[in-house]
Design a protein around this ligand. Structure first.
Ligand code: PAF
Length: 519
């Protein structure tokens, strides 16, 4: 593992050792705990290189805040990073990062600041921490510009920070994916934070009431309560059970726009800030009527499409046929006569077109596919589309745009999606992840039967098996969306099983693992 304390050292490392590799950045202020480690682990799973930045950013502390005594255990942090397989730490000094514009308070009139939208900074922590989110946005922009990561990881505990960074990256067209990761808690429910170190054992115990109070509100919400005033009252009455908690705010806001809500329609972020002694703590829960997502991945020729369709039908969820979306783009590109290798023209096309999928009335057939209002369900199955679709699906910008669209659909849940990277990349938080597989012999036999059923020329089993092995090798080693089993996916080997038997197994798993936990 490398440790860089200057931007010059970091730059050189990026040029010499990281060129062409996907970088994941985990920005931190050090004093690393299990919450940070979960971000690092996620980055390691998703990127070739993981860089952790450790920098206590003076710009985001107010003059009366804890900048001076914020913990800085650099050697312990270095050891943790080394143990967990971080590739490099970037721990610059303030003068290295800010030059001679070194700010001393929450603002400096010698420095360009990034100013997030006031609507997002005037609520929650922003109302008492003036300038804090400008400080965060500024340092995060500098770190992203320096490291140029493919992905950057932030905890959901700082939900306002996460929403602001996501908005900033979208508004300023910064070429990075911001990945939000779940809150990690102690057994008592207390959300992990570097500031928990300031708490005595008794205060830690008292602080656990914050999450209990939020959980009570979550229960009320799940029982049908959507009114802001009532939900906040539920939190207050639970907090009242513990002395010595000084609440700064309890607010219910829109989860991404952060605008105050009177009642929850799609979803809400219920957030709290309170002092236990002199330590300021924050916590939150997302209140969302989100239905579960089922991700089904696996190699080609394993029967994923049939099974996915049947599972979606049986569970009353939408079949998000991602393959159909790639076919739709291919069809559209062919219609407009674009050169299929002209990636930039195709990128323009895909970002302008409106693909939509609607459930077929019969439910057991593939969903209907529409582009700009035209039903192209049949057209995308044409042989010419089949011949060109893999080349189009391999284009980076096409994948980027379609994954964004798929995630938008997934934001309300209630879908079953199949592919190669659904559980690892598109919906890493899916409630149920299945990895379907079968031996190459079994898949070759099935393929041969398909050829026969469609009156197509016979191909020997040996040849089919070789083709399948070669395809698996290509799919699992390609740079974009490689085929990989997610660590938390359940593998089903389908040799000797019919599609109906596989479907039944998945439905049973759904009832055992998802229905029980979710509703
Ligand atoms: O969340 C933090 O630790 C900090 O706000 C961050 C994102 C590292 C910026 O200084």
């Amino acid at each position: 593992m490398r440790l860089f304390t200057t931007t010059a050292g970091l730059r050189c490392y990026l040029e010499r050792d990281c060129s062409g590799k996907d970088i994941g950045l985990v920005p931190t202020m050090g004093a690393l705990h299990r919450g940070h480690l979960s971000l690092i682990e996620r980055s390691r799973r998703e990127n070739a290189i993981t860089i952790v930045s450790i920098f206590v950013n003076p710009l985001q502390f107010g003059p009366t805040e804890d900048f001076g005594c914020y913990p800085r255990p650099l050697e312990a942090d270095r050891q943790l990073c080394e143990q967990i397989g971080v590739d490099a730490i970037f721990a610059p000094t303030a003068s290295d990062l800010y030059g001679n514009c070194l700010p001393t308070g929450a603002m400096s009139d010698q420095l360009t600041h990034v100013v997030p939208p006031t609507a997002m900074t005037s609520v929650l922590c922003g109302s008492s921490r003036k300038g804090h989110f400008q400080g965060v946005a500024t340092v995060v922009t500098k770190l992203l510009n320096l490291v140029q990561p493919k992905r950057a990881y932030f905890g959901q505990k700082d939900a306002q920070q996460l929403a602001i960074v996501k908005r900033m990256v979208a508004d300023l067209n910064m070429p990075v994916e911001i990945v939000g990761c779940p809150i990690i808690r102690e057994e008592s429910g207390l959300a992990l934070s570097s500031r928990n170190q300031y708490l005595t054992p008794l205060q830690k115990d008292q602080a656990s009431v914050l999450y209990r109070a939020l959980q009570q509100a979550q229960k009320a919400f799940e029982a049908g309560e959507c009114d802001c005033t009532v939900l906040i009252e539920v939190v207050k009455s639970e907090l009242a059970a513990v002395n010595d908690i000084q609440v700064e705010y309890i607010e219910l806001v829109h989860p991404t726009r952060l605008t105050p809500l009177e009642k929850i329609d799609d979803g809400g972020l219920l957030a709290i800030a309170a002092r236990v002694g002199s330590t300021r703590l924050i916590d939150n829960v997302l209140l969302q009527h989100r239905k579960p997502i089922v991700a089904i991945d696996g190699p080609a020729g394993v029967g994923k499409s049939t099974v996915t369709r049947q599972v979606a039908k049986a569970l009353g969820l939408m079949h998000l046929d991602t393959g159909a979306m790639y076919r739709a783009v291919t069809w559209q590109a062919m219609q407009t006569g674009i050169d299929l290798e002209d990636e930039s023209a195709i990128a323009e096309l895909v970002s302008q077109s409106q693909i939509s999928l609607t459930t077929n009335e019969e439910g057991d057939a593939a969903p209907r596919v529409w582009v700009d209002g035209e039903d192209i369900t049949q057209a995308i199955r044409a042989l010419e589309v089949t011949a060109n679709v893999s080349a189009i699906a391999a284009q980076k910008s096409v994948r980027f745009e379609l994954v964004k669209q798929q995630q938008r659909w997934g934001s309300k849940g209630g879908i079953v999606a199949e592919g190669r990277d659904i559980g690892t990349h598109v919906f890493p938080d899916a409630e149920l992840k299945i990895f379907l597989t079968a031996s190459a012999q079994e898949r070759a036999r099935r393929r041969q039967k398909d050829l026969k059923d469609q009156n197509l020329p016979n191909v020997s089993l040996e040849q089919l098996e070789r083709d399948i092995q070669e395809r698996d090798r290509r799919d699992s080693t390609r740079a974009i969306a490689p085929l990989r089993k997610a660590e938390d996916a359940i593998e089903i080997i389908t040799d000797g099983l019919s599609a109906a038997q596989v479907t039944e197994r998945i439905i049973n798993l759904y009832h055992q693992q998802v229905t029980a936990a979710h509703f």
